[in-house]
Design a protein around this ligand. Sequence first.
Ligand SMILES: [Fe+2]
Ligand SMILES: [Fe+2]
Length: 316
Amino acid sequence: MDAFKQHFDEKIDKELTIEPKDWMPDEYRKTLIRQISQHAHSEIVGMLPEGNWITRAPSLRRKAVLLAKVQDEAGHGLYLYSAAETLGISRDEMLDQLHTGKAKYSSIFNYPTITWADMGAIGWLVDGAAIMNQVPLCRTSYGPYARAMVRVCKEESFHQRQGFEIMLTLSNGSAIQKKMAQDALNRWWWPSLMMFGPPDAESPHTEQSVRWRIKRFTNDELRQKFVDVTVEQAKVLGLTIPDPELKWNEERGHYDMGPINWDEFWNVVKGNGPCNKQRLDTRRQAWEDGAWVRDAAMAYANKKAARSNKKTAEAA
Ligand SMILES: [Fe+2]
Ligand SMILES: [Fe+2]
């Protein structure tokens, strides 16, 4: 076993990827299953707040773009479930954990989408934060996860730009439209900062995950990067970030920010956010409604397999 572990550690140190058939420590496997499945769940639950606006998009162009974006998120879920499956967990098991509330997904998706401007704020801020998190994951140590992230990140950058474009249009529109954009920014700003997870001091797994190159930056480092980039973008929009303590710190070369309400974060994580129940109910319903599709696909696959077995038997 020690030789296996030594080989694993060497691969990590040499920045080589770990592949499904390689030996890996149990904790490494467990951490990845948790992280990748949580990520997959976030992609598909993340379709819900925006799916809510597809029928109400203000133009055909906006509708087509939003539809493409929401479909991309379904695709991200599929790549990630497939990546997690290579670690020895089944898709049914993962979905069961989601539907029974055992598995978590990003708590940002437990907030409601009240106006069209929320589609802008989500693309700009939520997909923007996702990019900050996910770009370093293209170099994460587990091969299937890293490779899935390459395509995901390309699509995320389209999502971020479509959101920013909605915000830009609204900001340059009528006074009411600009107010709508500002209101969306006010509601989504703090939850977006929470997306990076608890502060480093309260994030017990961070050190090990950085050591294993699952994580390449800590939560606080990524949050700071996001703030530094996004503040400049808010200036272009002419919108005000709802943080009176936000201030450029010459010495650090970064923006200082006000305190995050972590009580709110933990409360949403524990299931008490404004939409937790609604989101899970919708997912469970979708799973039940899709049962006939899964049954039909299985029946077809079995029929096809039986036919090809018969052909092989006849040929022999
Ligand atoms: Fe995504
Ligand atoms: Fe996205």
